[in-house]
Design a protein around this ligand. Structure first.
Ligand code: PRT
Length: 106
């Protein structure tokens, strides 16, 4: 699982520098961060719709699209999914309700 993510992060890092004519990653990247973020939002909505319809296969496919675009957005910001994993790790053992109560303003 982590290997798949690591491989994909590496592919994205390399493909970002390709010609937009040859690579989807390069093409979307050339449109700017707003477009990457927009695409992530669209894919997330598609996951939600598939889930509401109870379509498991579609949820899997749309989740893959969403995760791929999330990795692209993180890469565009000089971040890695491992930064997100570290944040999740730091929350270990803390109830979501407790975390919410301790939150200042985000
Ligand atoms: N995992 C993915 C991946 N998942 C989704 N997508 C693309 O994300 C897009 C999702 O958009 P939509 O579903 O809305 O379909 P669309 O109609 O093409 O969307 P528009 O952008 O045209 O609006 C599609 O074009 C998919 O091909 C991906 N494109 C690339 N990868 C990986 O990235 C690697 C490098 O890709 P290139 O940069 O194209 O070489 C590939 O080998 C794959 O491993």
């Amino acid at each position: 699982m982590s290997e798949t993510i690591d491989r994909l992060e590496e592919v994205i890092r390399i493909r970002r520098k390709e010609s937009p004519k040859k690579s989807y990653v390069a093409k979307l990247r050339s449109k700017g961060r707003q477009q990457i973020a927009k695409k992530l939002g669209e894919e997330a909505v598609e996951v939600v719709i598939a889930a509401m319809l109870g379509k498991k296969k579609q949820v899997i496919a749309e989740s893959a699209d969403m995760m791929f675009h999330h990795l692209m957005l993180l890469a565009d910001m000089g971040l890695s999914i491992h930064d997100v994993f570290a944040e999740l790790e730091s929350r270990k053992g803390m109830s979501g309700l407790e975390e919410k109560a301790n939150r200042k303003d985000g």
